[in-house]
Structures are given as C-alpha cells and as structure tokens.
Design a protein around this ligand. Structure first.
Ligand code: ATP
Ligand code: MG
Length: 1034
C-alpha cells in the first residue's frame, strides 16, 4: 500500500460515541433509576450509592436513546416530538455512518467498533432490529447509492465477508463448506498485514444482496451457536466490506477496507474473592476482548507520551485483525453502548472509562492504492512504450523480424493480462449473482411456507439471533431430532437432543407433540413425558437441555399478537416458576420489588439453563457429576442475623462417591466456558473418522478438568448462639437448630456459654450483673462449650463423612474449628474454648448485646483434609485463653511479660481463694439469718419464703429468665425470616404457606409478649418487695 504524500504525517484520533438505551424489562421491574445524563456531548454518571460521587466524560458524540421516543406505525422508534432529544437510528447513522462512508469513498480504511456490556445495544446500533435498521445496513444502502451516483467517474467493486471469532477460532459465516475444525487460520503478509486465510469474499452490487448475506451469516451464527453449544454473547462478529474504485480517466484505483465489528459483551469477570477458581489463571474467558483492552490501554499511553515497549496485537485473533484499525492505517470510530440504569452502574462506568482510553488513540490513515491496479497501470504504460517502439521500428524500415515478433507477443500477453484482471470482477459478480438468486428463491419459498404451515421458531439468549431458524410442520407425522436421513424428519441439533426426540403430528389443522422415551421436552414450563400434547399458538417448547422454540400456529390463529414478549428470559422465568421460584405477582407491575431479590431472581434464571447444559455435558462426557442451583440466605452467616442478600450457589455432587462441592456463580460461569471447550473438543474428536480415537483423548488430566475439583469441606449450615447473656454474666445452655442454606435442618447442636473466672471456674448466680457497664474496663472470661451434635443429616446420607464446627468471635480474623468427628450421626464434640477480654470496652459490650456467634457446621468427606484453626495473629495467653479484646495499658504489660503473667496468676489464685472463702462465709451468714428468722417468727412462714435474697440477686435472676426467653424469641424470628413457600406452590400451596406464616407470626408475637410481660411482672414484684422491706427495716 502506498500513502498519498500529503497524508503521510496526518494523525487521526479514534472518534468515540456513546449511546444509552431504554430500560429493559428487568430494569423496569426493579424500578431502576436513570443515573446517566447528557448535555451536548458530555455525559455524567452518578454513583447510585453515593449522591456526591459523579463522573463527567466528554466524547465526540453522545446519543440519548433512553427516553422521549415513540413507535410509529411502521415500528420505527422516532423522537416523540420533531426535533426531540431522542437519538434514533437515522441520527446515529448521519454522524457516524456518513463519516465512515465518506472516508471509504476517499480511499481510507475505516473501522467501526461497538463496545458495551451484554444487552446494552451493540447489535441494535450495528445491525438493528426489524425496521430499526442499524449502521451496517444503512451504510450499505448509502454505499450502493453513492456508487450509482458516481458511476460516470469510477467503476466500483464491493466485496463482502462476515466472520465470527469465538474462543479464538475464526468461523467464516458465509462459507458453504462445513466448518473447519479449529477455525480458519489468521496469516500475516508484509503488504497485507494480518488476514484470514480462505475467508469467503462475496462480490455484491446491491444493498439487498448485502442484507441477504447478513441474514445468511446470522443463520450460520445461530446454528453454530446451538450445534456447538456456544454462547453468542461471547463471540465477536466482523463484517468486512472491501471497496475498490477504479477511476479510469485518472488511471488511479482506490481501495479501502471497512471493518464493522460487533464485539462480545464486555462484562468484567468479577473476582469472586476467596472463592477464586483454581482453573481461572489459565483461561481468559475472552482472550480477544482482554487483549483488545490491553492494546487500547497501551496505545492510549503512547498517545500521552508514555514509553511503551510493546503493543500486544499478536496476543489474540481479534487484535491481529484490527491492527490497522487501532494505531494504524484506518479512520476508526467506536460506539460505546450502555444502560443508564442504577443496577448497571459499575459496568456502565467501566464502559465509559474504556471509551475514554480509546479516544486517545491516534491512527495514521492513508489513501490506499492497490498493487493490482498499479499493475494494470504499469502494464498499460508498458504497452504504450512497446507500441511506440514498434512504430519506430516500422518507420525506420528495419525489418528486424524477431524483435517485432517478440514485441507483439509481449503486447498480446499484456493485453490479455489487463483483460483478465478486468473480467475477473465481472465473472465473480455473475457467480455471486447466481448464488444470490438461489438464496433469494429459498427465502421467498420460506416466506410462502410461513403463510401456509405452522412452524417453530428458535429463541436465543441473544435477541439478535432469535427467530432466525424456522422449522415447518406440514401435514402428517414428523420426527424431530438429530436424524436427518429420513425424509419425514425435522433435523435439529443441540445438547440433549436424541436421534428421534419427539413426534409432531399435524392432522386436521391440529398440531400435537409427543416426546419419545427418554427425551426431555418442556411445554410452557412443564415437563411432558411420552404423552401427546396439543400445541396452541405461541406455546413455548424446550427440547433437550436448552433448545428453545416458540410454536407458531396456522395463519388463521395468529392475529396481530406481539411475539417479542416471548424472549429467552420469558422461557427461563416460566421454567423457574414451575420450580417454585418467581417474583411475586404484585412485583410485575409495581416498582416495589426488593432490588436484591430481583438480582437473585435474574441470576437464577440466567444460571438455570447453564446448569441444565452443564448436566447434559457431564452426562455425555461421562463425568458423573450433577449440578443443582441453591439459593443461599446470607443471613445464615451474619452475626446479627440480619436478613441480608441472598445469593445463588451451585451444589455439585459426584454421583458415585457422593462427594459434594459448592460453587459460586462466578465459578460456574467460568467452568461452563471450559466445559463448552471440552465438549466441543470431544465433538470434533467423535465426529466422523475420529470416532475411534475419541475415548483415549476424552480423558483430560484431572488438574485441567473443569468438572473436577479436589474434595473440600462443605459448609452445611449455621446456628446462631446469641451472646447477650454474657454481658450480664449469665450462663446459657442451648439446643440449637443448625439450618442449611435453604432452611433445612442439618442437625441439632448443644452448646453453652459459660461466664467463668480467669482460671476457668464457672461463675455463680451471685456474679450476675444487673448493669453490664460494670464490666467496662474490667476483665471478662467466658467459655464456649460445644457439647454434642445430634441427628446429622450429612452423616445419615453417607457414613463415610465427618463434621467440624467453625466459629469466629468479635474481632478474630480467622475462624476456629472444633476437632473433626467422623462416621457418627450424634457425635460428642466436648469442645471447650476459653475467651477473655482483658479490658472490656464499650465496643465489646455492644457486640455482646447485639450479636450472636455463628456456629458453622462443616461437612468433611473422604479425601479432604480437616479444617485447621489458623492461629496466626491470634492473641493467646500461655494457658491457651483466646484474647478477644485489645488489652488496656496495664493488661498489655501483663500479657506480654511472662514474669508479670505469673504474678497475675498468683494474684488470681489468691482472689479465687478469697472468693471461695467469701462464698462459704455468705452461706454461713445465710443459714444464721434463717435461724434468726425462724426464731423471731416462731416457725411462722415469712410470706411463703424462708430465704430473703437480696433485691439485686432477684433482679439478676429475672433478667436471666428474660434473656433465656429472648434467645428463643430470636430463634423464632430467624425461622420466620427463612420461611419460604415450598417449591411446588400453586395457589393452594401459597394459601397454606400464608396460613403457616401467620401461625409463626402469632407464635412469635405471643412469645415476645410473654417474655416482656414476665419481665415486667418480675420487676414490679421486686420493686414492691423492696418497698415492703424498706418499710419493715426502716
Ligand atoms: N437504542 C435502543 N432503542 C431501543 N431498544 C434498544 C436500543 N438498544 C438496545 N435495545 C434493545 O435492547 C436489547 C438488547 O440489545 P442488543 O441485542 O443490541 O444488545 P447487545 O449489546 O448486542 O448484547 P449482546 O452482547 O448480548 O450481543 C434488544 O432487545 C434491543 O432491541
Ligand atoms: Mg449483540
């Protein structure tokens, strides 16, 4: 390629546009707030959690497509009022598309990239939906229009290619040959740079032709996604338009490549903290996207004058192909799409930051002159020279026969070459036209069929790919399944689809579906087994693990209904509802739904199909593991028992050895991607001739196997032991229900909290405090005793298991664990831990009065190592007492110095002795008093009591009773919080649930009232007695 001299040093910054879309259903359900505002081309994004925090960005263009729009009769989204602020597809095209076209016509390479999180509107902007055509079709329209307008001055040739990059493999979306295993190769040539070897380029001469090629490409993308079980949101789609303009008069040819790139969803892989996946390091979920980010960052650094040694273009397929678009010979535009909803804040902010970096990139675009055209020019020049020489030879009358012959031969050869170059285009075009006519005939045929027969329509997670595949159900019986040999079969591929999966019967304008033995068929959310079911227009079908189709009845049944509401989420929500997981009825129309609940619901329906697919892959690959979604209530691990968020976790069970793993959502998403890779590999290996070798290669080394993990202890459930009694030095003995994440009872745990002396002697009633603040600045000792676990469900299910209890107190950073006990359903734990606060602070007192120690029940399984208390950073005395409270100045010295600790021990011993002397004296005193009373009253009972304890002790006892009852009240409250309708809840089930809920509430309030009234009575009695006594003794 040669640059025009004048362009050699010109720099072009990447132009960046940002577009915000309308809220989607999920955001509307959540009553989302719009946190993005635009003024001219500057954008402000507001942190929904911090009203003071907002960021302002400035771009080349900003498009408000969020509100103030209406749909016209033709389905076009247009501004509500003429000249309104809504940016429709036309206005976006006018700014961005026209610029690209202009550049291309001038002979520059041009690139348009769409970047943004999944569902943010990349494809809407690039390709468009229905009548709302996006940049690509509009650009093609205008391109061919420009070609027609300029046909007097130049001859134009347009070549169209469409490819997809999925998991670093290039798939030709227009290829008619079957898919090349491993994808097409990306090669590099000095002149051309990187290119895809063997990519089909189709000559086109009309926008209709291009549109149809795009349709064909989308269809290939859809079938490839289902066949290979790949998620299209993770793939990048590239359309390459090559434009050649031959200006015969000026004898110049301009050639430009237009790259139109719809990138994969940009979701950041949120780190899952301590749950980081062992297989995460080696895999980049989307290497191309990560590398693109790195390239953009490096180029942005270069632009601000930082020294950058290396731009990592070569690290991924996408960046290789976009090398000229980024920092090279291209005029590049990026459209960053985002949702303005508060729940998307982090993703949107990250998109804006990304776009800001991209804005700094500087390219050096040049007008391109193609070598082929130069050749024609050179050949023509040579011919002219040859002709001149020939005529000179003739004039000179020299009949050098040989020389003339040679010159004439050369001339003819050159002429032929010129003609060959020029006719090649015509030929290609003719071939493409034939092809196009054939395709056109197919499409016309499909449209005719749609008007005659019922059919099923694919619904994809990516709305762009929905409705692309139509399978017609003509009169008679039709097998549907993998089979494609039988003439009366409808062939589909996908996970869990059997050779013969089900039978459609179309008889007397009624269509029924009968699943065949062993195949999975779900109609409108409900599984159907081998029974014939009549299908109604717009019924939802799920075949196999996740092939989703919408049934479209005979034209007479169709009416003018809007099918768009039956999207992928609809299918999954319906399925979740059948499992008992749904958003409340009222939530659909109100904006009251708790956002965290909504997030859990959407996580659930997002993960549900992934789990179904993972199960199917596990089965087909013989992995022997099963996946199941669970909703984990985080209140279980909150020390205040607050009903925090809920979270989705995946329970993984090995079928043979009954081992259990718990995966986080992030881990499943990561693993699912690796499973897909393994599955695709397996499919390639088992297809055709490779079938024999398959078994040997299917075995992945364990440490790389996405289905396998080393066995680890599993958190089975938790119990809360409330600490408030400790603040009064009242001992507590409890039978605690250990509840699993879904509210199931995992065991009963007997535990105690024993206030004690520093030597571990239990304190008595006389040590009970009325006012906890008496503890301030003083030492507090207590023991946590784990006595026994009863009825362990974990062990009942499989005897080769064990358990441990883990707990964490106050400011301990690491949990402590009881020793492991194995094979016993009711094991004795007999574990006692002594804690001490040397200098009790208000903070500790507050903690004791408001918190519980969360006792975690950990399940151990064969092959896993016990959980060990990590004592690093834990402060302990030489006697093994855990110090939970920062020591006061004097206490620090005591702990630090061994000598002083000895003297303290001695002092403490003295104190203990004194205390016991004191206690025996008290006893003696008491019996003396009794004798005295007996003597005074002559055996007459003193108001029914022979002992007159001090008011303080009475009060302490009353408090003890009260706190005991409060513990059970708190337990009841926990139960209430976790109480959920059962999975099969229909209307009746829900009624029963409501009844049960009211009963629990009633019990709760009764218990609470009773506790408070007992306390009141006790206090009143104490006060009364005190008054009476003061009357007697005064
Ligand atoms: N500007 C807009 N106006 C109206 N609807 C829009 C707009 N942008 C996006 N949408 C709608 O939002 C949905 C998701 O958009 P789209 O398919 O373009 O997302 P995407 O970014 O391509 O997602 P993915 O990464 O999954 O491919 C579509 O139903 C689309 O119709
Ligand atoms: Mg898309």
């Amino acid at each position: 390629m040669r640059a025009k001299a004048s362009d050699m040093h010109s720099k072009d910054c990447v132009k960046v546009a940002v577009r915000v879309r309308p809220f989607n259903k999920r955001e509307r359900d959540a009553g989302s707030r719009c946190i993005v505002s635009m003024v001219s081309s500057s954008i402000t994004i507001q942190d929904p959690c911090e009203s003071q925090s907002r960021r302002i960005f400035c771009f080349d263009y900003a498009y408000w497509s969020h509100s103030s729009f209406a749909q016209d009769r033709g389905g076009l989204y247009v501004p509500e009022e003429p000249g309104g602020r809504y940016a429709d597809q036309n206005s976006v095209f006018q700014d961005l598309g026209e610029g690209i076209l202009e550049n291309a016509l001038q002979g520059y390479n041009a690139t348009l990239l769409a970047y943004g999180q999944t569902g943010s509107g990349k494809s809407y902007s690039m390709v468009g939906y229905g009548p709302n055509k996006g940049l690509v079709p509009k650009l093609c329209d205008r391109l061919f229009q420009a070609i027609r307008e300029n046909q007097d001055t130049r001859q134009c040739q347009v070549f169209f290619s469409m490819l997809e990059i999925y998991n670093e493999q290039v798939v030709d979306l227009l290829s008619r040959a079957s898919r090349t295993p491993g994808g097409l190769r990306v090669r590099e040539e000095q002149q051309r740079g990187f290119y895809v070897e063997g990519l089909r380029t189709v000559p086109c001469d009309s926008a209709a032709q291009v549109e149809q090629l795009m349709e064909q490409g989308t269809r290939t993308r859809t079938t490839a996604a289902t066949n290979m079980n790949a998620n299209s949101s993770r793939s990048h789609m590239l359309i390459i338009l090559q434009l050649k303009q031959i200006f015969s008069k000026e004898s110049i040819t301009k050639q430009s490549n237009i790259n139109l790139v719809d990138l994969a969803g940009s979701e950041r892989q949120r780190s899952s903290g301590s749950e980081a996946d062992r297989l995460k390091e080696g895999t980049a979920i989307n290497l191309s996207l990560t590398t693109l980010g790195n390239v953009i960052s490096s180029l942005a650094d270069v632009a601000v004058g930082k020294k950058v040694v290396h731009i990592p273009y070569r690290d991924s397929v996408l960046t290789k192909l976009l090398q000229s678009a980024l920092g090279g010979n291209s005029r590049t535009v990026m459209i960053a799409t985002l949702s303005p909803a508060d729940i998307c804040y982090e993703e949107s902010l990250s998109t804006l930051r990304y776009a800001e970096r991209a804005k700094r990139i500087q390219n050096r675009a040049v007008v391109n002159e193609s070598p082929t055209e130069r050749l024609v020019k050179e050949l023509k020049a040579e011919n002219a020279r040859l002709l001149q020489r020939l005529s000179r030879l003739g004039q000179e009358g020299r009949r050098a026969n040989d020389e003339t012959k040679e010159l004439r031969q050369l001339l003819t050869h050159n002429e032929l070459q010129i003609r060959a170059i020029q006719t090649l285009w015509e030929q290609h075009l003719q071939e493409a036209l034939k092809d196009w006519e054939q395709q056109y005939a197919n499409i016309t045929q499909e449209r005719r069929m749609m008007q005659m027969h019922p059919y099923i329509l694919n619904i994809n997670e990516d709305a762009q790919l929905s409705g692309v595949v139509k399978l017609f159900i003509q009169e008679g019986d039709w097998d549907i399944g993998l089979c494609d040999s039988s003439p009366r079969s409808i062939s589909i591929k996908g996970l869990g689809i059997q050779e013969r999966h089900a039978v459609f019967r179309n008889e007397q304008r009624r269509v029924t579906l009968t699943p065949l033995a062993g195949s999975k068929v779900i109609i409108n959310g409900n599984a159907v087994f081998q029974t014939e079911t009549e299908l109604q227009h717009l019924d939802r079908l799920i075949l196999g693990s996740n092939c989703t189709y919408l049934f479209v009845g005979y034209p007479s049944e169709r009416g003018g209904d809007d099918w768009s509401r039956y999207d992928y989420d609809y299918f999954q929500s319906e399925l979740a509802a059948a499992e008992g997981i749904h958003l409340g009825e009222s939530s659909a129309e109100s904006s009251q739904t708790d956002p965290s609940l909504l997030a859990v619901f959407y996580d659930y329906i997002k993960l549900m199909p992934m789990v179904a697919e993972a199960n199917q892959m596990s089965q087909e690959l013989n992995k022997g593991v099963q996946f199941k979604l669970e909703i984990k209530n985080l209140a279980l691990s909150d020390s205040k028992g607050h009903d925090l968020q809920k979270e989705i976790v995946v329970r993984v069970t090995s079928l043979g050895r009954k081992q259990v793993w718990m995966w986080s959502k992030a881990k499943l998403v990561n693993r699912k991607f690796l499973m897909e890779e393994a599955y695709q590999q397996h499919q390639v290996e088992t297809s055709g001739d490779n079938r024999v070798e398959a078994l040997s290669t299917a075995a992945v080394p364990r440490d790389k196997d996405p289905f396998w993990d080393p066995v680890e202890p599993v958190l089975l459930g938790t119990a809360h032991l409330w600490l408030q009694s400790l603040a009064f030095r009242i001992p507590l003995e409890e039978q605690l229900e250990v509840l699993g994440s879904e509210g199931t009872e995992e065991a009963i745990l007997q535990a105690q909290l024993v206030p004690c002396t520093s030597t571990g002697l239990p304190m008595g009633e006389d040590d009970i405090l009325i006012d906890p603040s008496e503890l301030l600045g003083r030492r507090l000792d207590f023991q946590l005793v784990l006595e026994q676990c009863c009825g362990l469900r974990w062990i009942r299910e499989a005897r080769n298991r064990g358990v441990q209890i883990g707990f964490r107190l106050f400011n301990c950073s690491q949990p402590l664990y009881s020793p492991a006990v194995w094979h016993n359903v009711n094991p004795l734990l007999d574990h006692r831990v002594h804690f001490a606060s040397l200098h009790t602070s208000q903070r500790l007192l507050d903690y004791l009065q408001s918190s519980a120690v969360v006792l975690e029940l950990w399940g151990l399984q064969e092959g896993c190592t016990d959980l060990i208390s990590c004592l690093e950073g834990v402060r302990m005395t030489t006697e093994g007492i855990f110090i939970i409270e920062e020591a006061g100045p004097t206490d620090t010295a005591l702990v630090d110095s061994a000598e002083r600790s000895c003297s303290v021990r001695a002092l403490q011993q003295d104190l203990e002795e004194l205390k016991s002397v004191n206690a025996s004296l008290r006893k003696e005193n008491q019996s003396l008093r009794e004798q005295l009373n007996a003597a005074r009253n002559g055996g007459e009972s003193v108001r029914g009591r022979s002992v007159r304890p001090s008011c303080d002790a009475e009060f302490a006892r009353a408090l003890k009773v009260f706190y005991h009852s409060m513990t059970s009240v708190k337990g009841q409250l926990q139960r209430l919080r976790r109480h959920r309708p059962s999975e099969e809840s229909d209307l009746l089930g829900l009624r029963l649930f409501v009844d049960e809920q009211s009963r629990l509430l009633r019990d709760f309030s009764e218990q609470l009232e009773q506790s408070v009234s007992t306390l009141k009575q006790d206090v009143a009695a104490i006060v009364r007695r005190k008054r009476e006594r003061s009357g007697i003794w005064s």
